[in-house]
Ligand binder design. Structure first.
Ligand code: VTB
Length: 325
């Protein structure tokens, strides 16, 4: 993939974040999501690639835009790409004005991103120190102990992020008993998973059950950052299990490694903060303009870019149309 794509793609997550930011704290998660989806869809028209959405807003019949199978991009250089998007990861966070909402996408050559079904996934995410050290197949106590050792710090300094849900009661109890700290979050497990790839973020590991499509996005980021991510689909009915196997997860309950989730050696990942969090600052409106904070990662070279941008919306006709002032 062309390396210039990194800069083109960060404009797409910036646009989605700017559009969603108009809805921060307004108590309307649907409108916030719609604004981010519209903006992302529109901005993809400015990117020179022939893309197909493989992880998006849902199946064609349930999502009008950025649905699975939708073709996006301005075409141009003939490079066909598969794309995973979450224009607004953390819709509740935006509606309530809480930290940690991001706009996020990953792009890889065709076949480079697993088409994960829209179901739950049991997940483990760690930064580079934890690669080859932790496993979804190990008990959480053991993962915490091993990670502490790899990071060269006591277990009591290890911070694990877990979604605050009744289904995690037992997991929370066991991680606490092991001596680690837990940061409970109400929503949005992608940003903390990506944050494990930055040791100074203070997030060491993410554990627990969240969305499978979002798991693939987190895996794409950790592939670029040299960290690790493993997942296992959680499916109930025989029909769901058959579908997952038809999509390429065979057997449906196998441990999905980072390379199963993101087989591509060339992956570009971009994310922009909507509300400020451990990973990224949120969108800020100042007298000088509107500020965004983004990261763009590339697996092939391992380059990590932080992009702080100041936008003069009155001079940006495409974006300003999408942003509710
Ligand atoms: C959400 C969301 C997460 O998983 O909680 C969801 O906040 C699934 O959990 O970021 P619930 O159905 O219990 O809300 C994510 O979307 C992504 O993994």
């Amino acid at each position: 993939m062309r390396r210039e794509l990194t800069l083109e793609l960060v404009r797409v997550t910036e646009g989605a974040a700017l559009a969603a930011s108009s809805w921060v704290g307004r108590g309307d998660k649907e409108k916030a999501d719609q604004a981010a989806v519209d903006a992302m869809r529109r901005l993809f028209e400015t990117v020179q690639l022939e893309g197909e959405i493989v992880i998006g807003e849902g199946e064609m019949d349930e999502a009008p835009m950025l649905y699975i199978g939708e073709k996006v991009g301005a075409g141009g250089d003939g490079s066909k790409a598969h794309i995973a998007v979450d224009p607004l990861e953390g819709t509740n966070l935006v509606a309530k004005g809480l930290p940690g909402a991001i706009a996020v996408l990953a792009v890889a050559p065709e076949g480079g991103i697993l088409r994960a079904p829209d179901c739950y996934m049991d997940k483990i995410a760690v930064g580079p120190a934890g690669k080859g050290v932790v496993s979804l197949d190990l008990p959480p106590e053991e993962n915490v102990r091993r990670l502490a050792q790899a990071l060269g710090k006591p277990v009591s300094h290890v911070t694990v992020v877990i979604l605050d849900r009744p289904r995690h009661q037992e997991l929370i109890r066991r991680v606490r008993e092991a001596g680690a700290r837990i940061r409970l979050i109400s929503d949005g497990d992608v940003a903390p998973a990506v944050a494990t790839g930055f040791e100074e973020s203070g997030v060491d590991m993410v554990l627990g059950i969240g969305g499978a499509p979002e798991g693939v996005l987190a895996a794409a980021a950790l592939a670029c950052l040299g960290g690790d991510f493993q997942g296992r689909l959680i499916l109930e009915t025989e029909e769901e299990k058959r579908r997952a196997e038809a999509m390429g997860v065979r057997p449906w309950n196998k441990l999905l490694t980072l390379d199963d989730l993101v087989p591509a050696e060339d992956v570009i990942f971009a994310a922009t903060g909507i509300t400020g969090g451990d990973l990224l600052r949120g969108v800020r409106h100042t007298r000088d303009g509107v500020w965004t904070d983004s990261i763009v990662l590339r697996r092939k070279t391992g380059t990590v870019r932080r992009v702080e941008a100041r936008h003069q919306l009155e001079r940006k006709p495409v974006v300003s149309q999408l942003v509710r002032m």
